[in-house]
Design a protein around this ligand. Structure first.
Ligand code: ADP
Ligand code: MG
Length: 258
């Protein structure tokens, strides 16, 4: 077979296999290989590497789009000096994503404005960067959507959406009390993910001891906490709101009497 026929066939086969990135890179890679006297196996290695890198990038972009993350706040943007309650080393360990591979949970507790959602989002972005699927929703979203799905008899499909991603972020537990059906659905989500050894990152303004107030049934609250806490890192963040402190430091609000 002539080289021209081979070249045509390689192009066609890349197209057939939907290897767009390799197809685009084919000419420059071949030219460079000729100039540098590279081996055939090096050319193959390079083209396959280019294709895989492009596919990975596409996956990251898609996963970010589907994640439902509100604002992409990164861990790098988190000011640890401003929040000494958040131990750097613990966050650095979480950022290795070992928790995700082990199906462990991350529970972020503390009052409003201390950076819980920021940290949850930062960890979620790390997971996405490494090719994992992530899904973010507030407890309010979960309740609203589960009610809508229940009415249409489609609760199973919502459950599948919440079980599939490697990380589920449940934001703002504790702002609204749950009705029995909502609490039962939340338990089902947590329990299914626990059985599948998939991580949950959860934020709450209530301490675990106060969870009985959110749930209509204290037994359900205990069963839920049991699953959540079995393999988990908990960060208790005290202190005042980051924004409020900054406004106070700028002299925009008067400090509370000590
Ligand atoms: P929470 O979820 O605990 O109520 P957020 O994570 O939404 O708080 O934080 C409120 C705002 O303050 C966000 O814009 C967040 O990025 C910012 N913020 C909070 N803590 C820090 C911090 N330590 N460094 C940088 N930004 C912070
Ligand atoms: Mg928040």
């Amino acid at each position: 077979m002539s080289a021209a026929v081979s070249y045509e066939r390689v192009r066609e086969q890349f197209q057939e296999l939907k290897m767009e990135a390799a197809l685009t890179a084919l000419d420059p890679v071949l030219e460079e290989a000729q100039k540098a006297g590279k081996l055939t196996v090096q050319v193959l290695d390079e083209l396959l590497g280019i294709e895989l890198a492009a596919r990975f990038e596409r996956r990251v972009t898609t996963n970010l789009k589907l994640s439902g993350l509100p604002r992409p706040k990164t861990l790098e943007e988190f000011d640890f000096d401003a929040q000494p309650q958040v131990p750097r080393d613990v966050v650095a360990e979480l950022a290795t994503l070992r928790f995700l591979h082990n199906g462990e949970n991350v529970l972020l507790l503390g009052p409003c404005g201390v950076g819980k959602t920021h940290l949850a989002t930062g960890l979620a972005l790390k997971a996405i960067e490494h090719g994992h699927r992530v899904y973010f929703l507030t407890l309010h979203d979960l309740v609203t959507r589960s009610r809508a799905h229940r009415e249409r008899n489609r609760l199973d499909s919502l459950l599948r959406v919440l079980i599939r991603p490697q990380v589920l972020i449940l934001d703002e537990i504790g702002y609204l009390p749950l009705e029995m059906a909502d609490a039962t659905f939340l338990f089902e989500v947590v329990n299914k993910r626990y059985q599948a050894q998939k991580s949950i990152i959860l934020t709450s303004n209530k301490s675990f001891g106060q969870w009985g107030e959110i749930f209509p049934d204290p037994v359900l609250a205990i069963a839920l906490l049991d699953r959540l806490l079995h393999h988990a890192t908990t960060l208790n963040i005290r202190g005042e709101s980051y924004r409020l402190r900054h406004r106070r430091q700028a002299g925009l609000v008067t400090p509370p009497p000590s």
